[in-house]
Design a protein around this ligand. Structure first.
Ligand code: FAD
Length: 214
């Protein structure tokens, strides 16, 4: 079998048309950029499919209200919806679980002293940073904390933590909330979402989401 080959020269070659590759390509769009994608579609883990009257988000659903991603969505005129007024519930073994107090929820489960202490240390790290990220993004301190966390992955909250239960919980939070490993996502996104969830769960529905819904 013969395949047609052609040569192409560019200033920048981006591998992968996931959101990271597309952000890199649009940021560098003043140069000659080529994006190479292994599959037949752009978007990577961002994908919404229509099923009848509904859109199902197979990947990303939520993003928070400021930052380069929101700027890019606005630049590309991607419509945003809100979860305000929508309700979610958690069911376990056929019974609805009271999720109104996430702290109580975590500590109700059976854990030994070491696991509880590790979880408390992780919670303390999240709670120490979260209030700064909820300040006006132009605030100097908020900018400093955001820049520091942007440079770290979410797994920074596990620094020095030996408890496997606590490590599994963080991995599972990242998986549930971000759809990725804690090493793969910026600490900022993790701290904001977990911080708001822990301190003010009522605010969670105000996260914006690309139009289409869940
Ligand atoms: C179910 C789910 C829910 C999620 N929910 C959220 C959420 O609510 N909020 C949030 O912020 N994040 C969420 N995420 C995570 C978010 O979708 C990902 O972190 C993000 O999309 C990753 O983008 P990326 O560009 O780094 O990687 P990817 O989206 O994985 O893109 C990588 C791209 O590179 C391509 N590629 C790989 N290797 C090659 C190669 N050798 N040559 C060419 N192309 C290649 C792949 O085909 C792919 O298209 C969720 C993810 C999932 C799965």
């Amino acid at each position: 079998m013969t395949e047609s080959l052609h040569a192409h020269t560019a200033d920048v070659v981006v591998i992968g048309a996931g959101i990271a590759g597309l952000m890199a390509a649009t940021t560098l769009s003043d140069r000659d950029v080529v994006v190479l994608e292994a599959t037949g579609r752009a978007g990577g883990r961002v994908e919404s499919v229509r099923q009848g009257d509904y859109w199902i988000n197979l990947g990303t659903q939520f993003t928070e209200g400021t930052g380069p991603l929101i700027d890019a969505l606005e630049r590309h005129q991607v419509g945003m919806g809100t979860l305000a007024g929508k309700k979610v519930a958690l069911a376990l073994h056929g019974k609805q679980v009271d999720t109104s107090n996430p702290f109580a929820l975590m500590f109700r489960s059976r854990m030994n002293f070491r696991d509880r202490t590790a979880l408390a240390a992780i919670g303390a790290r999240i709670l120490a940073a979260a209030p700064f990220l909820q300040l006006n993004p132009d605030n100097r301190l908020a900018k400093r904390v955001r820049a520091k966390l942007d440079a770290l992955s979410a797994s920074y909250v596990l620094r020095g933590v030996k408890s496997e239960v606590a490590r599994d919980m963080v991995r599972s939070w990242a998986g549930q909330w971000m759809g990725c490993e804690s090493e793969e996502t910026a600490a900022t996104q993790f701290v904001i979402s977990m911080g708001i969830l822990l301190t003010d769960p009522a605010k969670v529905p105000n996260f914006s989401l690309p139009e289409g819904g869940n």
